[in-house]
Structures are given as C-alpha cells and as structure tokens.
Design a protein around this ligand. Structure first.
Ligand code: SF4
Length: 399
C-alpha cells in the first residue's frame, strides 16, 4: 500500500470529495482566533464533566470564551455531564468493523494520539459519549445538522460498534458565542446508515490509496474543488488551486495566450497549410474549454470565500440589475390608452412566426400543418414572404 496519511473524522467530508487532498504535501496552519475560542470552550465543558463549573471557569484563560461559558446554562444540555465520557478518541477499522478507544500511553501523552492508529483505522474524537448517544459542541454560527455531518455519522458508527448497538443518536450542541444560549440538533442513525458508512469508508480508503500511488508514479493527484476546500491544508500543493491562481494572474496568462495566437497567425500568413489550420482550431477549442472550466472553479472559490484576490483587484460575485420585461399585449393596450391607437400600431412591432401560426391553429382546433401551409401561401400571394440569407457555418463531414 502506498503512503497515505492518517484520516480523522473532521477531515471526512473533504476526503470523501477529494481523495487527492490526503496525499498531497500539507502546509502548516496557524490556529485562528475562532479555533482558539472553540478549543477553550470545549476544554471548559470537558472540565465540567469532572469538576464544579465554577472551578472549571477559574481555569479558563481565554477571556472572550470565558464570558460566553459563564452564560451557559448546563441544564439546557441534552444529557447530564456527570453521566458521560468526555473527549473520547476512537480508532475505527471499516475492514474489521471494530472500534477501539485510543489510550494515551506515556510516550504519546500530550502528543497527537492518532499516531497510535493502525494503517487501516480512521480516527475521531467525540466531545461526549453516552451509552447510546454521541454529542459534539459547536461554537459560532450555523452548524451542520447531524443528519448531514460525516463526522457525527462516523462517531455514531464508532459507538455503535463499541457497544454493539443498532441505533445511536447524535446531538450537535450549538452554543451561541454572543450569549451562551444552547440549541440542540439531534438525529438517530441506524444499522442501515452504519452499513452504508462502512462501505463509503472502505471506498474512500481505496481512492486515497489509488491517489497515493499516482503521486508516487509522478502523476497528478486526482482533486475535486468544492466547499470542502475551505480548511484544506494541501491547498498550496493543489493543481486545481494552481490553475485558479494562473487564471487570476491575468498579467501572466494573457500575454502568453496572445503570443501563442500571434505565433499561429504568423504561420498562417506564411501560407495556409491545412494541418496548421486544424491544429489551431483544436487549440482554440481546447483553450476555450479550459477557460470555462477554470472560470467555473473560480466562481466556486468566490462563492465560498466571498472574494478572490488578483493583482488588478478582487474577484467578487455581483448580481446585474434585472431588466424590465413587458408583456406584449398588456403593454400594447396600456400604450393605446396613453397615445393614439394608430400611433401605437405604427411603433409596436408585430412579429409572426411559423410557431405562432401552429399555436393559433391548435387553439382554433385546426390541423396545424394544413393551416401553416395555407397561411404561408396567402402571405406569399400578398408578397409578404421572403427568405433570409443562410449563414455559412464551418462543419466537419466524415469522409
Ligand atoms: S484545495 Fe485542492 S486538494 Fe484541497 S480539497 Fe480542494 S481540490 Fe482537493
């Protein structure tokens, strides 16, 4: 098996969508102020399961998180803190379908506990474990509800396998930073969800192994851009992100494209050879396709982050002003009320099409093809039928 870094529950959403992200080199990331707030809040709630809440508050150093935690009413939690296990690190193997709790040895005390996992295992730490429920604390806005959270589904699976349960309820305990108020979102997963998750985890591990082998052979890692890119630590090595960076850096890409087109045109000036022409057409088509693909990815990035910087300014999404659409008949009647009908008739264009003739025939209960033929004959007799000039179009015919 090629090298694959250890996968943990919080990464599942990304790895399910983009196997390449697990095998590309990572860049170090500093802890954001938001993450530091969340860590402090989690520590407080973990301490509350072992000690008096006032003592737990005294241990807090993060002032902003402390203010929030002071306001939390622990009675609003969907469980009693005295009856739960807090911060439980699981390792789960979808191959053996066995979950075990990682016990920090002396050597790993204080270090990354997931280093104790085997290669076939996936890790995940539950904030709270009860007999038949798991819970996760979330500080901030808009948490993913458990039903759609890969992390919660995984932790529920671990508990189900550990306690041999057929159902596990997952709670997301959402704590509002502003006032410490609690909202609880719950969902119960059953054996069908667990079986499906097992299958997906196995498939994911296979995809990551395939991606790792490709990278070892010097081929590009298969990547998939999306909302899951947000916390990806391999962004700096990601080929898809690099494509966006090239697109954003117009000062580089436009002169290169212009030079290439110029080169092709000069060759054509020196005498058109059919191979040059077809090669150029193929190149332009490919460039157009790549441009639309890169633009789609850029749009996704802008949607996700609000804006994407470029040397000439930021890319942002703007909605253009909607155009007024006037219903032809209602508009015509309204105009007739304001100006003379003859004037309105003179300026309002009337357009008749073959489609309109057919529709009229249908409404009148007449044969559509017959009516179309009769109307066109009459129009022709009255001199009202002419033909537009056909447009020349380049097509490739098979020989
Ligand atoms: S940034 Fe690249 S590697 Fe990371 S998840 Fe997105 S597409 Fe995958």
């Amino acid at each position: 098996m090629a090298y694959r870094s250890k996968i943990t529950a919080s990464q599942l959403e990304r790895v399910f969508a983009c196997s390449g992200s697990q095998v590309l080199p990572t860049s170090p990331q500093e802890e954001s102020t938001y993450a530091a707030f969340g860590t402090a809040g989690h520590e407080y709630l973990e301490d509350c399961s072992r000690m008096n809440p006032w003592d737990a508050l005294d241990l807090m150093e993060h002032e902003e998180a402390k203010a929030t935690c002071e306001s939390i009413d622990l009675q609003d939690l969907p469980f009693r803190l005295a009856e739960i296990r807090a911060e439980v690190p699981y390792a789960y193997s979808p191959i053996t379908q066995q979950a075990r709790v990682l016990e920090p040895t002396k050597e790993y005390q204080g270090r990354n506990i997931y280093k104790l996992m085997r290669a076939d295992e996936i890790g995940g730490t539950a904030d709270v474990i009860g007999h038949d429920f798991v819970a996760d604390y979330k500080f901030g806005h808009d948490p993913t509800v458990p039903e759609y959270s890969e992390q919660m589904k995984f932790l529920a699976l671990c508990l189900a396998r550990e306690n041999r349960l057929t159902e596990v309820t997952a709670h997301i305990v959402h704590i509002l930073k502003e006032d410490g108020s609690i909202n609880v979102y719950s969902h119960t997963f059953d054996i069908f969800d667990f079986a499906e998750m097992d299958m997906r985890l196995l498939k994911m591990q296979e995809s990551v192994d395939d991606a790792a082998e490709l990278v070892q052979l010097g081929k590009p890692a298969p990547v998939e851009i999306g909302e899951h890119c947000h916390y990806c630590r391999t962004k700096n090595a990601c080929p898809a992100q690099a494509a966006i960076a090239v697109h954003v850096n117009e000062t580089t890409v436009i002169p290169v494209m212009r030079d290439r087109v110029e080169g092709q045109l000069q060759r054509l000036d020196q005498g058109l050879r059919i191979t040059d022409a077809t090669a150029m057409l193929a190149w332009v088509k490919a460039a157009r396709f790549r441009a639309s693909e890169v633009e789609a990815r850029l749009r996704g990035e802008v949607r996700e982050h609000g804006s994407v910087p470029s040397p000439e300014g930021n890319y942002v999404m703007k909605r253009t002003r909607g155009q007024d659409r006037i219903d032809a008949d209602i508009g015509y009647r309204a105009l007739c009320e304001e100006v003379d009908k003859d004037v309105a008739d003179a300026v309002v264009p009337r357009k008749i099409t073959k489609k309109a003739i057919k529709e009229a025939a249908k409404l009148a209960g007449l044969n559509q093809a017959d009516t179309e033929r009769k109307v066109l004959e009459r129009v022709k007799l009255d001199g009202g039928l002419s033909k537009t000039k056909g447009q020349e179009k380049l097509v490739k015919e098979s020989v």
